[in-house]
Design a protein around this ligand. Structure first.
Ligand SMILES: Cc1cc2nc3c(=O)[nH]c(=O)nc-3n(C[C@H](O)[C@H](O)[C@H](O)COP(=O)(O)OP(=O)(O)OC[C@H]3O[C@@H](n4cnc5c(N)ncnc54)[C@H](O)[C@@H]3O)c2cc1C
Length: 379
């Protein structure tokens, strides 16, 4: 039987980054993926790095988002150095365009909310926004510039993180998914794969939106897929520097000249089909924001499955089963939250303490009163 200090179920950017951190801390780490690692949400993503809340419900995530964002430059430097792979990190800011007729009120609310959360944001008049980003529509009434935000090529990042994990000593096992956690009494002894058991002192579930399908995990990680469709465009006569947002779309420029446009949010199960309606919605919103995109070539379309949770917050940390941790449910912010997730899991395992409060994201928050009673009943 294979034995590890740490067994990780799932080799997306989250599982890969945790493996890298723990291997660098000297632990023997095995990553088990049911397919080739790095081909799910971490591949499909847009790679925007923005701690700003998209809606009031997401304000509880701002602190951890800021903490993760602050670590990004160092994280990228480390991953690129170990892996030898460039990640396309672009710390060029993001710009949110406003179309409404009451932009003055909208603008001051957005700026006040950002400043209240300690996020840098500057109001821009339409003409100043268009000077920065000439591709913006004439219909844009005003804009918010968040100069410190960034984006990254998530496909390159995920490949780099997995390579860096391996070069740091972690072992990766493709096509070897977890069927269940291996539980004996109140201890998790490792993972049950298709045909074998893996023994580990620590077991980490990082299987994205598929985590709940691993037997024994659902009470801690009731994740479900939220499909996102995307399109990659290329336009020779148009340059976009920053990530551009409107209420209906984001446009993310890559270093290779591609412009990513996305994304839908659909709760339709484990369905990754690209639909006419989905792409129509993306393209019409993209052209509304940057009209000259109507001449752009469509280079690629795809869809991926975000790991959504009942409260849309990530699920991080220890469970009430000894040795079992969750690192999943990152929904729309998994790329942003990769550095902090890996750091906190490493701190918990090697130092039994964490440097950022993660209580809000505990895997125990979904347990009902009845399971609470069962949990505290004598074994
Ligand atoms: C269209 C789209 C746009 C996005 N945009 C952004 C963005 O701009 N910024 C941002 O921060 N985030 C964004 N996200 C979210 C982000 O991509 C995810 O939160 C993040 O990639 C989740 O990473 P993960 O490693 O947890 O999951 P995944 O990347 O899905 O990896 C899970 C892994 O687990 C494996 N697996 C499945 N079942 C098992 C099993 N039983 N045993 C072992 N392994 C298993 C899978 O094969 C896969 O390799 C976006 C997501 C999508 C889909």
């Amino acid at each position: 039987m294979k034995k590890f200090d740490v067994a990780i179920a799932g080799g997306g950017v989250i599982g890969g980054a945790i493996a890298m951190e723990l291997a660098r801390a000297g632990l023997r780490v095995g990553v088990f993926d049911r397919q080739q690692p790095g081909q799910e949400a971490s591949w499909a993503s847009a790679g925007i790095l923005s701690p700003a809340p998209e809606n009031p419900g997401m304000i509880a995530m701002v602190e951890i988002g800021k903490a993760s964002f602050a670590r990004y430059p160092e994280f990228v430097a480390q991953v690129e150095e170990i892996s030898g792979i460039k990640t396309g990190f672009r710390p060029k800011g993001t710009l949110e365009a406003l179309f409404s007729h009451d932009t003055k009120a909208e603008l001051s609310t957005i700026i006040a909310v950002h400043h209240g959360l300690g996020l840098k944001a500057e109001p821009l008049r339409a003409e100043d926004a268009r000077e920065l980003e000439p591709a913006l529509s004439e219909e844009v009434e005003a804009a918010v510039l968040r100069p410190e935000e960034a984006s990254i090529d998530n496909r390159a990042l995920t490949a780099a993180v997995l390579e860096a994990a391996q070069r740091s000593g972690a072992e990766i096992f493709p096509g070897n998914g977890a069927r269940a956690i291996w539980r004996e009494g109140n201890r998790c002894k490792g993972l049950v794969l298709q045909n074998e058991k893996i023994e580990a002192q620590w077991t980490i579930i990082a299987a994205g939106c598929f985590s709940a399908a691993i037997e024994g995990v659902t009470p801690y990680a009731p994740v479900r897929p939220a499909k996102g469709q995307m399109a990659a465009l290329r336009a020779d006569d148009l340059k976009i520097e920053r990530v551009l947002w409107s209420e209906n779309i984001y446009l993310v420029p890559r270093n290779d000249g591609r412009i990513l446009a996305g994304a839908t949010v659909e709760h339709v199960g484990f369905d990754k089909r690209v639909t006419a309606g989905g792409i129509e919605k993306i393209l019409s919103a993209a052209i509304e924001l940057a009209p000259s995109l109507k001449n752009a070539r469509i280079e690629e379309t795809w869809a991926g499955l975000r790991p959504d949770t009942p409260d849309h917050m990530p699920i991080l940390g220890p469970t009430d089963i000894d040795g079992l941790l969750m690192a999943t449910g990152h929904f729309r912010s998994g790329i942003l939250l990769t550095p902090i997730t890996a750091q906190l899991i490493r701190e918990w395992i090697t130092e039994q303490r964490v440097s950022v409060d993660w209580e809000r994201f505990s895997p125990l928050r979904f347990q009902s009163a009845s399971t609470d009673v069962a949990r505290h009943a004598p074994a």
